[in-house]
Design a protein around this ligand. Structure first.
Ligand code: GDP
Ligand code: MG
Ligand code: K
Length: 303
Protein backbone atom coordinates (compact mmCIF):
# COMPACT_ATOMS: atom_id res chain seq x y z
CA UNK A 1 0.00 0.00 0.00
CA UNK A 2 1.39 3.42 -1.03
CA UNK A 3 1.63 5.53 2.12
CA UNK A 4 0.66 9.15 2.41
CA UNK A 5 3.55 11.56 3.13
CA UNK A 6 2.00 12.92 6.32
CA UNK A 7 1.25 9.49 7.70
CA UNK A 8 -0.35 9.41 11.15
CA UNK A 9 -0.34 6.71 13.79
CA UNK A 10 -1.42 6.36 17.38
CA UNK A 11 -3.60 4.87 20.06
CA UNK A 12 -7.30 5.34 20.63
CA UNK A 13 -8.91 4.15 23.89
CA UNK A 14 -12.55 3.15 23.66
CA UNK A 15 -14.53 3.81 26.83
CA UNK A 16 -18.18 3.47 27.71
CA UNK A 17 -20.63 1.33 29.62
CA UNK A 18 -21.34 -2.30 28.65
CA UNK A 19 -23.76 -2.74 25.76
CA UNK A 20 -23.35 0.71 24.26
CA UNK A 21 -21.88 -0.93 21.16
CA UNK A 22 -18.08 -0.80 21.47
CA UNK A 23 -17.51 -4.29 20.07
CA UNK A 24 -19.97 -3.74 17.24
CA UNK A 25 -18.18 -0.51 16.39
CA UNK A 26 -14.79 -2.22 16.22
CA UNK A 27 -16.16 -5.13 14.24
CA UNK A 28 -17.57 -2.76 11.71
CA UNK A 29 -14.50 -0.53 11.45
CA UNK A 30 -12.09 -3.43 11.14
CA UNK A 31 -14.49 -5.26 8.81
CA UNK A 32 -12.23 -8.12 7.94
CA UNK A 33 -10.76 -10.38 10.53
CA UNK A 34 -9.99 -9.05 13.92
CA UNK A 35 -6.31 -8.34 14.24
CA UNK A 36 -4.50 -8.48 17.50
CA UNK A 37 -0.90 -7.45 17.83
CA UNK A 38 1.30 -9.88 19.65
CA UNK A 39 2.22 -8.08 22.83
CA UNK A 40 5.58 -6.32 22.82
CA UNK A 41 7.18 -5.52 26.15
CA UNK A 42 6.11 -1.90 26.02
CA UNK A 43 2.54 -2.81 25.24
CA UNK A 44 1.84 -5.60 27.69
CA UNK A 45 -0.14 -3.25 29.86
CA UNK A 46 -2.22 -2.20 26.91
CA UNK A 47 -5.14 -4.17 25.65
CA UNK A 48 -4.97 -3.85 21.91
CA UNK A 49 -8.21 -5.01 20.37
CA UNK A 50 -7.71 -4.05 16.78
CA UNK A 51 -5.52 -2.20 14.32
CA UNK A 52 -6.96 -0.18 11.48
CA UNK A 53 -4.65 0.51 8.54
CA UNK A 54 -5.13 2.63 5.44
CA UNK A 55 -2.92 4.78 3.25
CA UNK A 56 -3.06 7.77 5.64
CA UNK A 57 -3.03 6.24 9.08
CA UNK A 58 -2.59 3.36 11.46
CA UNK A 59 -5.10 3.51 14.28
CA UNK A 60 -4.56 1.18 17.21
CA UNK A 61 -7.67 0.63 19.30
CA UNK A 62 -7.30 -0.08 23.01
CA UNK A 63 -9.95 -1.72 25.09
CA UNK A 64 -10.79 -0.50 28.57
CA UNK A 65 -12.31 -3.40 30.44
CA UNK A 66 -15.09 -2.27 32.74
CA UNK A 67 -13.97 0.12 35.41
CA UNK A 68 -15.16 -1.64 38.54
CA UNK A 69 -14.98 -1.13 42.24
CA UNK A 70 -13.20 -3.69 44.37
CA UNK A 71 -10.13 -4.27 46.49
CA UNK A 72 -8.98 -7.70 45.31
CA UNK A 73 -5.98 -8.02 43.01
CA UNK A 74 -7.97 -8.93 39.93
CA UNK A 75 -10.29 -5.96 40.12
CA UNK A 76 -7.37 -3.63 40.74
CA UNK A 77 -5.52 -5.18 37.83
CA UNK A 78 -8.42 -4.71 35.47
CA UNK A 79 -8.92 -1.13 36.56
CA UNK A 80 -5.19 -0.40 36.26
CA UNK A 81 -5.22 -1.76 32.76
CA UNK A 82 -8.22 0.40 31.81
CA UNK A 83 -6.55 3.45 33.28
CA UNK A 84 -3.25 2.76 31.56
CA UNK A 85 -5.09 2.37 28.24
CA UNK A 86 -6.50 5.83 28.75
CA UNK A 87 -3.18 7.26 29.88
CA UNK A 88 -1.31 5.86 26.89
CA UNK A 89 -3.92 6.85 24.36
CA UNK A 90 -3.54 9.79 22.01
CA UNK A 91 -7.28 10.11 21.73
CA UNK A 92 -10.14 8.88 23.87
CA UNK A 93 -13.42 7.83 22.33
CA UNK A 94 -16.37 7.67 24.66
CA UNK A 95 -19.40 5.77 23.42
CA UNK A 96 -22.95 6.19 24.72
CA UNK A 97 -26.21 4.54 23.72
CA UNK A 98 -28.42 7.12 22.02
CA UNK A 99 -31.56 5.28 23.08
CA UNK A 100 -30.61 5.26 26.78
CA UNK A 101 -29.09 8.73 26.69
CA UNK A 102 -26.57 10.15 29.16
CA UNK A 103 -26.46 8.32 32.53
CA UNK A 104 -25.00 8.71 36.01
CA UNK A 105 -22.19 6.30 35.16
CA UNK A 106 -21.30 8.54 32.23
CA UNK A 107 -21.02 11.47 34.63
CA UNK A 108 -18.69 9.39 36.80
CA UNK A 109 -16.53 8.46 33.85
CA UNK A 110 -16.17 12.11 32.94
CA UNK A 111 -15.53 13.30 36.50
CA UNK A 112 -13.20 10.52 37.60
CA UNK A 113 -11.21 10.05 34.43
CA UNK A 114 -11.78 12.26 31.41
CA UNK A 115 -11.52 15.58 33.23
CA UNK A 116 -8.28 14.46 34.88
CA UNK A 117 -6.70 13.09 31.73
CA UNK A 118 -7.62 16.07 29.63
CA UNK A 119 -6.96 14.46 26.24
CA UNK A 120 -8.76 15.01 22.99
CA UNK A 121 -12.01 13.14 23.53
CA UNK A 122 -14.60 12.28 20.93
CA UNK A 123 -18.12 11.34 21.89
CA UNK A 124 -19.98 8.83 19.76
CA UNK A 125 -23.73 8.70 20.21
CA UNK A 126 -24.50 5.20 18.99
CA UNK A 127 -27.65 3.39 17.85
CA UNK A 128 -29.04 6.43 16.07
CA UNK A 129 -30.86 4.01 13.77
CA UNK A 130 -33.22 3.68 16.74
CA UNK A 131 -33.79 7.32 17.68
CA UNK A 132 -35.79 10.16 16.16
CA UNK A 133 -33.41 12.91 15.04
CA UNK A 134 -35.40 15.96 16.14
CA UNK A 135 -37.11 14.67 19.27
CA UNK A 136 -34.23 12.75 20.79
CA UNK A 137 -30.90 13.30 19.10
CA UNK A 138 -30.77 17.08 19.00
CA UNK A 139 -31.73 17.54 22.66
CA UNK A 140 -29.22 14.82 23.60
CA UNK A 141 -26.42 16.56 21.70
CA UNK A 142 -27.39 19.77 23.47
CA UNK A 143 -27.26 18.00 26.85
CA UNK A 144 -23.93 16.22 26.35
CA UNK A 145 -22.16 19.30 25.08
CA UNK A 146 -22.76 20.85 28.52
CA UNK A 147 -21.22 17.83 30.23
CA UNK A 148 -17.69 17.95 28.89
CA UNK A 149 -15.74 19.72 26.20
CA UNK A 150 -15.78 16.95 23.66
CA UNK A 151 -13.69 17.76 20.59
CA UNK A 152 -16.43 16.33 18.45
CA UNK A 153 -19.79 14.71 18.99
CA UNK A 154 -20.70 12.24 16.25
CA UNK A 155 -24.01 10.40 15.98
CA UNK A 156 -23.37 6.93 14.56
CA UNK A 157 -24.92 3.56 14.02
CA UNK A 158 -22.22 0.96 14.65
CA UNK A 159 -24.63 -1.69 13.47
CA UNK A 160 -25.59 -0.10 10.15
CA UNK A 161 -22.24 1.59 9.60
CA UNK A 162 -23.66 5.11 9.59
CA UNK A 163 -21.07 7.89 9.96
CA UNK A 164 -18.16 5.55 10.69
CA UNK A 165 -16.12 7.06 7.84
CA UNK A 166 -16.64 10.44 9.44
CA UNK A 167 -15.39 9.04 12.76
CA UNK A 168 -12.22 7.70 11.11
CA UNK A 169 -11.61 11.10 9.47
CA UNK A 170 -11.95 12.83 12.85
CA UNK A 171 -9.51 10.39 14.46
CA UNK A 172 -6.99 11.13 11.73
CA UNK A 173 -7.34 14.82 12.47
CA UNK A 174 -6.24 14.36 16.10
CA UNK A 175 -3.61 11.61 15.69
CA UNK A 176 0.05 12.61 15.74
CA UNK A 177 2.18 12.38 12.60
CA UNK A 178 4.19 9.21 12.91
CA UNK A 179 5.26 6.21 10.89
CA UNK A 180 3.24 3.04 11.57
CA UNK A 181 3.89 1.82 15.10
CA UNK A 182 3.43 -1.79 14.13
CA UNK A 183 4.87 -3.08 10.85
CA UNK A 184 2.05 -4.79 9.02
CA UNK A 185 3.76 -8.18 9.21
CA UNK A 186 3.73 -7.95 13.02
CA UNK A 187 -0.01 -7.81 13.10
CA UNK A 188 -1.14 -11.33 13.74
CA UNK A 189 -4.27 -13.05 14.88
CA UNK A 190 -2.47 -14.32 17.95
CA UNK A 191 -2.53 -14.50 20.88
CA UNK A 192 -6.22 -15.10 20.72
CA UNK A 193 -6.54 -16.98 23.97
CA UNK A 194 -6.77 -13.96 26.17
CA UNK A 195 -9.13 -12.15 23.86
CA UNK A 196 -11.48 -15.11 23.62
CA UNK A 197 -11.38 -15.50 27.40
CA UNK A 198 -12.35 -11.85 27.79
CA UNK A 199 -15.36 -12.29 25.52
CA UNK A 200 -16.56 -15.29 27.51
CA UNK A 201 -15.95 -13.47 30.78
CA UNK A 202 -17.87 -10.45 29.54
CA UNK A 203 -20.91 -12.55 28.60
CA UNK A 204 -20.84 -14.38 31.94
CA UNK A 205 -20.41 -11.14 33.83
CA UNK A 206 -23.29 -9.43 32.06
CA UNK A 207 -25.63 -12.38 32.61
CA UNK A 208 -24.66 -12.94 36.22
CA UNK A 209 -23.66 -9.57 37.59
CA UNK A 210 -26.63 -9.33 39.94
CA UNK A 211 -25.93 -12.71 41.53
CA UNK A 212 -22.19 -12.96 41.27
CA UNK A 213 -20.47 -9.65 40.86
CA UNK A 214 -16.81 -9.84 39.83
CA UNK A 215 -15.98 -13.37 40.80
CA UNK A 216 -15.53 -15.19 37.53
CA UNK A 217 -12.28 -15.78 35.71
CA UNK A 218 -11.97 -17.54 32.39
CA UNK A 219 -9.07 -19.55 31.07
CA UNK A 220 -8.97 -20.70 27.47
CA UNK A 221 -7.17 -24.03 27.63
CA UNK A 222 -6.92 -24.80 23.96
CA UNK A 223 -7.85 -23.59 20.49
CA UNK A 224 -7.71 -26.17 17.72
CA UNK A 225 -8.61 -26.11 14.07
CA UNK A 226 -11.06 -28.71 12.85
CA UNK A 227 -9.17 -31.66 11.38
CA UNK A 228 -11.07 -31.69 8.12
CA UNK A 229 -12.66 -28.28 8.27
CA UNK A 230 -10.08 -25.48 8.54
CA UNK A 231 -12.94 -23.07 8.92
CA UNK A 232 -13.83 -24.57 12.28
CA UNK A 233 -12.27 -23.66 15.64
CA UNK A 234 -12.71 -25.89 18.66
CA UNK A 235 -12.23 -23.93 21.85
CA UNK A 236 -12.03 -25.38 25.38
CA UNK A 237 -12.43 -22.94 28.21
CA UNK A 238 -12.85 -23.06 31.99
CA UNK A 239 -14.82 -20.62 34.09
CA UNK A 240 -13.36 -20.34 37.59
CA UNK A 241 -15.56 -19.48 40.52
CA UNK A 242 -14.72 -19.22 44.20
CA UNK A 243 -17.38 -21.40 45.78
CA UNK A 244 -19.41 -24.51 45.13
CA UNK A 245 -22.70 -22.58 45.30
CA UNK A 246 -21.34 -20.11 42.72
CA UNK A 247 -20.73 -23.04 40.41
CA UNK A 248 -24.43 -23.92 40.65
CA UNK A 249 -25.39 -20.37 39.76
CA UNK A 250 -23.10 -20.27 36.73
CA UNK A 251 -24.38 -23.60 35.44
CA UNK A 252 -28.01 -22.72 36.13
CA UNK A 253 -31.07 -24.93 36.15
CA UNK A 254 -30.55 -27.76 33.65
CA UNK A 255 -27.39 -26.04 32.50
CA UNK A 256 -29.40 -23.16 31.04
CA UNK A 257 -27.16 -20.32 32.21
CA UNK A 258 -23.92 -21.90 31.03
CA UNK A 259 -25.56 -22.68 27.70
CA UNK A 260 -26.62 -19.09 27.32
CA UNK A 261 -23.12 -17.81 28.13
CA UNK A 262 -21.76 -20.23 25.55
CA UNK A 263 -24.27 -19.19 22.93
CA UNK A 264 -23.63 -15.45 23.33
CA UNK A 265 -19.87 -15.92 23.32
CA UNK A 266 -19.99 -18.27 20.33
CA UNK A 267 -22.08 -15.80 18.31
CA UNK A 268 -19.67 -12.95 18.95
CA UNK A 269 -16.64 -15.13 18.21
CA UNK A 270 -18.13 -16.43 14.96
CA UNK A 271 -18.78 -12.88 13.90
CA UNK A 272 -15.33 -11.64 14.92
CA UNK A 273 -13.27 -14.49 13.59
CA UNK A 274 -15.45 -15.35 10.58
CA UNK A 275 -15.20 -19.03 11.50
CA UNK A 276 -17.49 -21.69 12.79
CA UNK A 277 -16.89 -22.15 16.52
CA UNK A 278 -17.38 -25.12 18.83
CA UNK A 279 -17.12 -23.77 22.33
CA UNK A 280 -16.79 -26.21 25.23
CA UNK A 281 -17.22 -24.58 28.62
CA UNK A 282 -16.54 -26.04 32.05
CA UNK A 283 -16.98 -24.56 35.49
CA UNK A 284 -14.40 -25.23 38.19
CA UNK A 285 -14.24 -24.14 41.79
CA UNK A 286 -10.99 -22.55 42.86
CA UNK A 287 -11.19 -20.75 46.17
CA UNK A 288 -9.23 -17.51 46.43
CA UNK A 289 -8.29 -17.52 42.76
CA UNK A 290 -8.38 -13.75 42.75
CA UNK A 291 -5.39 -13.63 45.06
CA UNK A 292 -3.51 -16.32 43.11
CA UNK A 293 -0.89 -14.44 41.14
CA UNK A 294 0.28 -17.46 39.16
CA UNK A 295 -3.23 -18.12 37.96
CA UNK A 296 -3.76 -14.45 37.18
CA UNK A 297 -0.65 -14.57 34.98
CA UNK A 298 -1.89 -17.67 33.20
CA UNK A 299 -5.13 -15.84 32.58
CA UNK A 300 -3.24 -13.08 30.86
CA UNK A 301 -3.14 -10.39 33.51
CA UNK A 302 0.46 -9.34 33.12
CA UNK A 303 1.50 -8.13 36.54
P1 GDP B 1 -20.34 -3.40 24.11
O1 GDP B 1 -20.68 -4.09 25.38
O2 GDP B 1 -20.18 -1.92 24.32
O3 GDP B 1 -19.18 -4.00 23.39
O4 GDP B 1 -21.64 -3.54 23.16
P2 GDP B 1 -21.91 -4.54 21.94
O5 GDP B 1 -21.15 -4.12 20.74
O6 GDP B 1 -21.76 -5.94 22.40
O7 GDP B 1 -23.46 -4.21 21.62
C1 GDP B 1 -24.50 -4.43 22.56
C2 GDP B 1 -25.82 -4.64 21.83
O8 GDP B 1 -26.20 -3.43 21.14
C3 GDP B 1 -25.76 -5.73 20.76
O9 GDP B 1 -26.98 -6.43 20.79
C4 GDP B 1 -25.61 -4.95 19.46
O10 GDP B 1 -26.13 -5.64 18.35
C5 GDP B 1 -26.41 -3.70 19.75
N1 GDP B 1 -25.94 -2.55 18.96
C6 GDP B 1 -24.67 -2.10 18.84
N2 GDP B 1 -24.60 -1.04 18.02
C7 GDP B 1 -25.88 -0.80 17.58
C8 GDP B 1 -26.46 0.17 16.69
O11 GDP B 1 -25.81 1.03 16.11
N3 GDP B 1 -27.81 0.09 16.52
C9 GDP B 1 -28.58 -0.84 17.13
N4 GDP B 1 -29.89 -0.82 16.89
N5 GDP B 1 -28.06 -1.78 17.96
C10 GDP B 1 -26.73 -1.77 18.19
MG1 MG C 1 -18.11 -5.70 23.94
K1 K D 1 -16.32 -4.63 26.52
Amino acid sequence: MEKNENFKAGFVALVGKPNVGKSTLLNNILKTKLSIVSPKPQTTRLRIVGVYNDKDAQIIFLDTPGIQKGKDILTKTVVDSAVSSMEEADIITMVIDGVKGWTKEDDQLVENYLEKLNKPTILLINKVDKVKPKDVLLPLIEEVSQKYEFKEIIPISALKGTNLDRYIEVLKKYLPESPPLFPEDQITDLPLKFYIAEIIREKAFNLLKKELPYSIAVEVESIKEGEKNKNLLIIDAVLYVERENHKKIVIGKNGQTLKKIGKLAREELEFLLKKKIYLNLWVKVKPEWKEDLTLLKTLGYQY
